[in-house]
Design a protein around this ligand. Structure first.
Ligand code: NBX
Length: 829
């Protein structure tokens, strides 16, 4: 426990911690101190990395007093807070956000200039912590930003992966993964606390014992590891609050290696350390269809158990009355990845702290809430009973008992409807006996939420329908959001300045105020300035991509962008068929080149390393790009760019420059999407299906400012029920046939027809996500895009209205919804 008081003899030790002076001179002094005393180098001898680390530490120093104060006040108030449990946090670079949150951007730039340093060079030095795969991890990062900005007591808990999401490179157009060594140049944003480590156990067996006449169970584990907390500051925007993100790193315990050292095998002991430390070594890069890998379950239990123990032992005061826990904390489960925290809390309460089962279950059910992020059945996590029982025998027993009592309640309600019982059981029997983590989460939680209206509706009506019937009122929706600090104010400074010129300050934390821009959309001068912002963002992107990848962006082109993980359901293939159709039309002479709107297509996408078809599609995009970009027949009209290693940093450059946002998933498959919100908020128009949060974006911005196409979710279901035959669409549509034939002919693979054969057969004979069925509608919608883009001023008006009407998608609003409907954790100042 944190010492509440200490004898402080020196008067300085009694004074509150204060920030360095908020002046250029004050900043220079702190920076030089950090460079000299922290890095141990003189300015004259320092390199750019030294300077970056010293700058990071300087900004940190400005935040420190506020951080300590935030922690102190929470200790005193004991207000109810959120424990956000997430296996991923896709944070993006920290420096810019910290400068923004402290209001130090200008002071820092000036101070460094006085030292002869361009701050832009230091910003470029930072390697972003890529501790997430995509939307789910980035959502967690946006949420903790909003919680800090809204002064809500909260802790983020997660894993400090030594290697985050892989660095993507292309070799001959194919994805090759390289390790992401994000820690290798130093990590100035973290504070390790080895003294606050938790011991996390695994394996072994359970036994019953007599405790004063009461039979109890204890777990006799087989091995353990240390979980070392690393704290990160989560600064609120200009509000003097700094929350904490606590990421756990695995280390071998003494017991772990002692046992082996005593056996005299030094090499084996060192190997065993590596085994323990493997747990937080690497982020699994599969963002769906997770393989039931033992190490992944170890990761999940490792961070879930460490977080629960940390909260109970370190955050709560000693002798806290645990029956009150639901009034003090809510553990939000970011998908099923942390759900093992449920039986872990039960174990803590029953086995470790001696509560009765019923009482413990009552507490547990009051402390968890679950967010589901998918609709794909194969993405719902299950763990084989065999594996779970071997790794966590006591937890399996607890899960069985929870299930037994739950199924008894189901039977009581529905009689012996065994089909229903089997469907709802936490334990599935096929193809092997396994624990269905989504069911466990649903049974244990106060609330279950989907991440967009349509998604929540489909959860209630389909995926978790029986549960919705059994627990009316448990299900709710919270539509996702994005932080306007990073994705508007930081990423699009010129648009932010234009907005502030129009509306004055304050909109960054009150994004509904963007509505006031609606009248400005009617002002020709404002439209002109808005168009100039877009053009300047394209020029900036051109500079970035030229330096980063040697790619050129023509700022007179429409910028048509599809950036997101590569997945069949997201349908990058549909985008590609559009490009091939345009190319095919020109080179075959069917379409006069003068009729083709000049477009630059930008892709950004990582594929899970084991996802064969996704990697083939990346290869195909790159090959189509090589041919199209080199063909003088389409020069100046079509260009395809695919910068490798799309990440948060690149997103911040691409999104503000985009004209057209591609959100073209098969209806009913994209839970929400959050990239869609980022584009609209930055004044790109969306071409999209009626899926995920697209539905809400379109409702808000209006049909005239959104290009809707494709089947609706019920139409998708109908087609599937009647039997979808993709080749029928191929045969019926000459443009589609010609585009597919062109790919199949080897035109993009040097004449080799075998290279893309798997992609083509998959489309023609399987096409699970109905690309061919939506092709014609998509092409027609793209023609509407061309027509609209031809009138630049009207397009700009639509773009402004997109910005004006997307304030709803601030993650501050998402947090308000969670607070009102699920958490009941008011702000605390
Ligand atoms: O979560 C995404 C959904 O696909 C998006 O529609 C949604 O907007 C976003 C935020 O709610 N899901 C996602 O990113 N999943 C993962 O990254 C993931 C990672 C590991 C894993 C399963 C899924 N085992």
């Amino acid at each position: 426990h944190i010492a509440h008081s200490r004898e402080e003899r020196h008067p300085l030790a009694k004074a509150p911690v204060t920030a360095p002076p908020n002046t250029v001179d004050g900043f220079v002094k702190q920076f030089l101190d950090n460079l000299n005393f922290g890095q141990g180098v003189a300015l004259s001898a320092s390199g750019v990395n030294d300077q970056y680390l010293a700058l990071a530490r300087t900004v940190r120093d400005y935040l420190m007093a506020r951080w300590l104060e935030t922690v102190r006040r929470q200790l005193v108030s004991q207000a109810k807070g959120v424990c956000y449990l997430s296996a991923e946090y896709l944070l993006g670079r920290q420096l810019g956000n910290s400068l923004l949150a402290t209001g130090l951007e200008d002071v820092a730039a000036e101070a460094l200039a006085e030292c002869g340093i361009d701050i832009a060079d230091l910003r470029a030095q930072e390697v972003e912590p890529g501790l997430g795969n995509g939307g789910l991890g980035r959502l967690a990062a946006c949420f903790i930003d909003s919680l800090a900005t809204m002064s809500v007591p909260s802790i983020g808990y997660g894993i400090r992966y030594e290697y985050g999401i892989f660095r993507q490179t292309f070799e001959d157009g194919q994805q090759v993964e390289k390790p992401d060594r994000w820690l290798s140049m130093g990590s100035p944003w973290e504070f390790p606390h080895p003294e606050a480590a938790q011991t996390i156990s695994f394996g072994g067996r359970t036994e019953q014992y007599d405790d004063d006449g009461v039979t109890r169970t204890r777990w006799i584990p087989d091995w353990d590891v240390l979980a070392i907390p690393y704290n990160y500051m989560v600064p609120g925007y200009l509000n003097g609050r700094v929350n904490t993100l606590r990421l756990w790193s695995a280390q071998a315990t003494k017991a772990f290696d002692l046992r082996i050292f005593n056996a005299g095998d030094y090499a084996e002991a060192v190997r065993a350390q590596t085994f323990a430390e493997n747990i937080s070594k690497v982020l699994y890069p599969e963002d769906s269809t997770p393989q039931g890998k033992e190490l992944r379950l170890q990761q999940q239990y490792f961070f879930a158990a460490a977080s629960i123990a940390d909260f109970l032992d370190v955050v709560l005061p000693p002798d806290y009355d645990l029956t009150k826990l639901p009034d003090r904390a809510i553990f939000q489960l970011n998908d099923t990845h942390p759900v093992i925290a449920v039986p872990e809390l039960m174990r803590q309460l029953v086995d470790v702290r001696g509560l009765e089962w019923e009482q413990a279950w009552e507490i547990t059910q009051g402390c968890f809430a679950y967010t589901c992020h998918t609709l794909l059945p194969e993405a719902l996590e299950v763990w084989s009973v065999d594996l779970l029982g071997r790794l966590l025998p006591r937890h399996l027993e607890i899960i069985y008992r929870i299930n037994e009592e739950f199924l008894a309640a189901v039977r009581e309600r529905y009689g012996d409807d065994e089909l229903r019982v089997r469907n709802m059981s936490i334990i599935g029997e096929h193809p092997e006996r396994s624990v269905r983590m989504a069911h466990l989460a649903t049974v244990a939680s106060v609330k279950v939420n989907g991440v967009a209206e349509l998604h929540s509706q489909l959860l209630r009506e389909k995926v978790l329908h029986d549960f919705h019937e059994f627990y009316p009122g448990k299900f709710t929706n919270v539509t996702n959001g994005i932080t306007p600090r990073r994705f508007l104010r930081l990423a699009n400074k010129s648009l932010s300045e234009l907005i502030t010129d129009a509306l004055g300050p304050g909109w960054v934390t009150d994004l509904d105020r963007l509505r006031e821009l609606e009248t400005y959309a009617e002002d020709p001068e404002f439209r002109e300035r808005f168009a100039e912002v877009k053009a300047s963002n394209k020029r900036r992107l051109n500079r970035v991509l030229l330096e980063r990848d040697g790619l050129e962006v023509d700022d007179t082109h429409m910028l048509d962008v599809m950036v997101k993980r590569l997945h069949e359901y997201k349908r990058q293939m549909l985008k590609l068929l559009h490009i091939v159709t345009l190319y095919d039309g020109i080179v075959s002479g069917r379409v006069p080149i003068s009729e083709v709107t000049p477009r630059t297509f930008i892709f950004g996408a990582k594929a899970a390393p084991g996802y064969r078809i996704a990697k083939d599609i990346i290869h195909l995009i790159n090959k189509v790009g090589s041919v199209v970009n080199a063909d003088p027949a389409v020069e100046g009209r079509l260009k395809v760019l695919f910068p490798p290693n799309y990440n948060v940093t690149l997103a911040e450059r691409i999104i503000p420059a985009a004209d057209l946002s591609e959100q073209i998933s098969l209806a009913g498959k994209e839970a929400s999407g959050t990239g869609n919100m980022k584009f609209a908020l930055n004044g790109a128009l969306t071409i999209g299906t009626d899926d995920g949060a697209n539905v809400e974006i379109r409702q808000l911005v209006g049909d005239d400012h959104f290009f809707l196409f494709g089947m609706t979710e019920p139409e998708v279901e109908e087609l599937a029920a009647k039997g979808y035959v993709p080749s029928d669409f191929y045969r019926a549509d000459p443009n589609l046939r010609s585009a597919i034939d062109l790919i199949a002919s080897g035109a993009f693979s040097g004449g080799d027809r075998s290279v893309f054969e798997p992609v083509i057969s998959n489309l023609l004979y399987n096409d699970r996500f109905m690309v061919l069925a939506d092709y014609a509608a998509y092409i027609a919608a793209q023609e509407r895009v061309d027509a609209a883009y031809a009138d630049a001023d009207t397009w700009t008006r639509s773009a402004i209205l997109n910005v004006a009407r997307c304030g709803f998608f601030s993650s501050d609003r998402s947090m308000r919804d969670y607070i009102d409907r699920i958490w009941h954790t008011p702000p605390s100042f």
